[in-house]
Design a protein around this ligand. Structure first.
Ligand code: NZQ
Ligand code: ZN
Length: 388
């Protein structure tokens, strides 16, 4: 394990079919006014809204409704929500939904009482909050982002053609999250698969960095193997509780800071994918899938040992008599076959991107240093061309 680090994750998780029973106990720890954040209405159709409202009412809470959080939440929505949270002096923000709703709730929590413009402070200068932070709790309805146990918050500014993620410290992590795998059963298949690829990408983007034999890499390999097995079962039968619960738990551990401990991390696929989302508003996990293979094939020579290890330890490819280069290619071929099998987007054209957008996509892509190679602008453009 490289370097010195402090590991602290303050989010309390309640997991399983009866997890909602723990909500009452959590609510007792907060004041009377709860802002209930949710998305476009799926929770009203599948009954989760009624369960949450019943728990809030029996706890005697005043509910401030804040629905309509869109996938890829926008800066405008954030500013409205922050004004609402401040005007109602809310004691707790309860996010009921997927990553978009939870990310949004965190952004509201640090913006309501912030004297400065949130976009500039958090998503441009990447500062930590210096104001009062409203506590956030979550009821997760879709597996993928890990937002239920991390400080991530990704906001889209359409006027600037940017989608930017800020990773806040533990003060902004949800205080608690309710994880009932059954709540994910109504997620549409395409959205489920997008979430599964998002999880895979989170793990790969922490794994494909550094050359040491790190405990975090071994944990990552186990999480990837579990995800591949469970994703196949869930695609075959979305009602498979064991598969859906494994995916939900893997998603949480994929991005709750654990597997980033003691190693460097990459995150360039997220930078490329976020650029695609900024311009097309496409579904997050699909944007990652669509750019991944051209990216990994480009950086492969710079991290050959890890790519060969990925082939052996994640995909079970026999190594005898093969060069690292051949093994690495076979590992990426196995990744590609799995992506096609579960049905993710394989190119950015199907997500609405065009060749004419490439200059703007390049401008919207942050180029990071943590992976095997810092990309040049021309390489970024080439990855987008190959992803079309
Ligand atoms: O809005 P509703 O009506 O609820 O429908 C949602 C939405 O249309 C639907 N859905 C969610 N749970 C459902 C359901 N439909 C039926 N039944 C259910 N139980 O699914 C759609 C997508 O929801 P969304 O929250 O957008 O998905 P996801 O969880 O993938 O979140 C994506 C957002 O999270 C950010 C992404 O950039 C994107 O903005 N990320 C956040 C991260 C973090 N906090 O660390 C890291 C990730 O890399 C990611 O960037
Ligand atoms: Zn992601």
């Amino acid at each position: 394990m490289n370097g010195n680090f402090t590991y602290h994750n303050p989010t309390r998780l309640h997991f399983g079919e009866n997890a909602m029973e723990s909500l009452a106990g959590e609510l007792a720890g907060y004041g009377p006014v709860v802002m209930l954040c949710y998305g476009g209405g799926s929770i009203k159709r599948n009954g989760i809204y009624d369960q949450v409202v019943a728990a809030l009412e029996s706890a005697g809470k005043t509910i401030v409704e804040d629905g309509g959080v869109m996938p890829n939440p926008t800066l405008e929505k954030l500013l409205d929500g922050a004004a609402k949270a401040k005007a109602n002096n809310v004691d707790l923000i309860l996010a009921v939904g997927g990553g978009s709703t939870i990310d949004y709730a965190k952004a509201v929590s640090v913006s309501a009482w912030c004297e400065e413009a949130p976009w500039q402070k958090y998503f441009t200068r990447f500062e930590e909050p210096s104001c009062r932070i409203i506590p956030v709790g979550s009821v997760l309805t879709m597996a993928g982002t890990g937002s239920e146990m991390n400080g991530g918050s990704v906001i889209t500014n359409h006027a600037a053609n940017l989608k930017v993620g800020k990773v806040f410290g533990p003060a902004v992590f949800p205080k608690f999250s309710i994880l009932n795998p059954r709540f994910t059963f109504t997620v549409p298949r395409r959205q489920m698969v997008s979430g599964i690829y998002d999880v895979m990408s989170h793990i790969m983007e922490q794994y494909f960095s550094g050359t040491d034999d790190n405990t975090s890499d071994h944990i990552a390999e186990g999480l990837m193997r579990s995800l591949v097995v469970s994703s196949r079962a869930a695609v075959e039968n979305p009602g498979d509780y064991e598969a859906r619960s494994n995916i939900m738990w893997t998603a949480t551990w994929a991005l709750n800071t654990l597997i980033a401990m003691g190693k460097t991390t990459d995150w360039e696929v997220h930078m490329l994918g976020q650029a695609v989302s900024a311009l097309t508003d496409a579904t997050h996990g699909m944007t990652l899938a669509a750019v991944s293979l051209p990216y990994y094939r480009l950086i492969k020579p710079h991290g050959l040992g890890k790519f060969a290890r990925f082939a052996k330890n994640v995909w079970g490819i026999a190594a005898e008599g093969k060069s690292d280069d051949r093994l690495a290619d076979e590992g990426l071929a196995a990744l590609e076959a799995w992506m096609r099998e579960i049905g993710v987007a394989m190119n950015i054209s199907e997500l609405g991107a065009t060749e004419a957008m490439i200059p703007d996509l390049v401008k919207a892509t942050f180029r990071l240093d943590g992976g095997y190679k810092r990309l040049t602008e021309e390489e970024v453009a080439e990855i987008f061309r190959q992803s079309l």
